[in-house]
Design a protein around this ligand. Structure first.
Ligand code: ADP
Length: 458
């Protein structure tokens, strides 16, 4: 769940609890006030009922008159006068009310009880004729109606407040999370090739500005580390290249000129082939440094896919002439305008030759097919071999630097070819697809955007 949603819900739940407590206490206190008021009215009537019924004297009629004149007749108002048996303190219950009510009257001398809007007040009175219980009962339909009305108003205002607090919560969380959203958007745009970018420092000294400056510091450290690594790789590759080129040209000279015996020729050819391999590794490392960290469109040019494939096949055969490469251009369009992509020719050649050389290597030099296609405004180069395949569980890792699948066993390798290839293809805004089955073979698709697009009518 997103933090914004969490804040909204938290705010909503806390407000809802607050509102419930507030409304419940309003309802409780108003109803208590209503009850107290009505009980007070009944209290006065209990005293008057006692005066008129159990203290019969000359004033009785005056009390009755006061009651009739000044005390409004309540709804269902009724008096009950009960004599208590002095021997056993028992009496006849006039109403089916709880025993606790009667007990409270006897124990405390006065008690109150209500069932919904029916109210009862009872009290004991002692006279020279004995002890009496006087109970006055009445109902309060108006007070009850008022409470029902209050309940309705409280429920409606509760629902409206809930809706308003949800909206307020959503607005609040939106504004609270906005700086985080901005940071995320900026961070997403920072890649290995624009590590020099920094987040805009925020004003103030709150947690967000601390986060931004921590992130900027981390980027500075990352950039330094990347640059150091990059410089090391490209310097080392450059430095090693010159002696290697000399070795290659000297051995070629040796092979072309003198009449060497068979075993010397074999040894010199091995030196040449290994030197070519080493040159390829160095080119890969240099390419990795360029493609992974630089990202500047160095030597960007229009590249014809068929020429690219033919060059790859040549360079692969140069390292080992025994390799068989079948080239299939049958699915390329006749119009050569659609054969072009844009990029760095050396890097693309390196990327594709890595895949082709893997195909040859992992199939023990069985024929490898390179097919070029133009489809949906994309240029595809598909390399298929009938080699050892890649186990399914390893397929997701083969683009990780230095990873080698579990079935590579006797095959030599370093695990840098495919990561480099992926870097290069991504640099060209392309993608790589893979389909492989163990002991059957592997098909790797390199997909690149075509320079010229066929306009599609919608
Ligand atoms: P390596 O130098 O080991 O070949 P790569 O980066 O070129 O390094 O390839 C990574 C791993 O992917 C290889 O070790 C291998 O396990 C697997 N792989 C790549 N291409 C193929 C292929 N055509 N057939 C079988 N396995 C392959």
């Amino acid at each position: 769940m997103k933090i914004q949603t969490k804040i909204t819900l938290l705010f909503f739940c806390m407000s809802a609890i607050g509102l419930i407590l507030l409304n419940a206490s309003i309802f409780y206190f108003v109803s208590q006030f209503n009850f107290e008021d009505f009980f007070d009215r009944l209290d006065a009537r209990v005293n008057l009922a006692a005066q008129t019924n159990i203290y019969p004297d000359k004033n009785s009629s005056a009390y009755e008159e006061v009651r009739a004149r000044y005390l409004e007749k309540l709804e269902e108002e009724k008096d009950y006068i009960i004599k208590i048996n002095p021997e056993n303190n028992k009496f006849k219950k006039p109403l089916p009310l709880p025993q606790s009510f009667y007990k409270a009257i006897l124990d405390n001398g006065r008690a109150r009880y209500n069932e919904e809007n029916h109210f009862y007040v009872g009290a004991t009175f002692s006279t020279s004729f004995g002890k009496y219980i006087v109970i006055v009962a009445a109902s309060d339909p108006y007070g009850f109606q008022e409470l029902q009305e209050l309940k309705r108003v409280l429920i409606i205002s509760f629902v409206i407040s809930l809706i308003l607090t949800y909206i307020a919560g959503a607005v609040l969380s939106h504004y609270t999370i906005q700086p985080v959203r901005n940071i995320t958007r900026r961070v997403k745009s920072i890649k290995a090739n624009n590590l020099h970018s920094r987040l805009d420092e925020l004003k103030g000294r709150d947690e967000m500005s601390e986060l931004v400056s921590t992130f900027n510091n981390m980027l500075t450290r990352l950039e330094t580390a990347f640059e150091t690594q990059n410089n090391f790789i490209s310097n080392a590759s450059h430095e090693l290249r010159t002696p290697l080129t000399i070795i290659t040209s000297e051995t070629e000279l040796l092979l072309s000129g003198q009449q060497l015996d068979a075993s010397t020729t074999h040894s010199v050819k091995t030196i040449l082939s290994e030197a070519e391999k080493l040159q390829h590794i160095l080119t890969s490392l240099l390419g990795l440094a360029q493609s992974g960290f630089d990202g500047k469109k160095q030597n960007w040019q229009q590249i014809r896919v068929d020429e690219l494939v033919l060059n790859v096949a040549d360079s692969v055969k140069k390292i080992d002439p025994n390799r068989v490469i079948d080239i299939d251009f049958s699915e390329l369009p006749d119009d050569e305008a659609y054969l072009y992509t844009e990029g760095n020719v050396n890097l693309l050649q390196l990327a594709i030759s890595n895949i082709v050389m893997n195909g040859c290597k992992y199939s023990n030099n069985q024929p490898v097919k390179i097919q070029a296609r133009f489809r949906d405004n994309l240029i595809m180069v598909i390399v298929t071999d009938r080699g050892i395949g890649i186990p399914e569980k390893d397929q997701q890792h083969i683009f990780e630097p230095f990873f080698r699948a579990s079935n590579t066993g006797k095959f030599e390798g370093y695990g840098i070819g495919l990561p480099l290839t992926l870097n290069i293809i991504r640099l060209h805004k392309g993608s790589i697809g893979i389909r492989s089955e163990v002991e059957k073979g592997t098909e790797i698709q390199i997909i690149l955007p075509a320079l010229n697009r066929i306009a599609t009518s919608s």
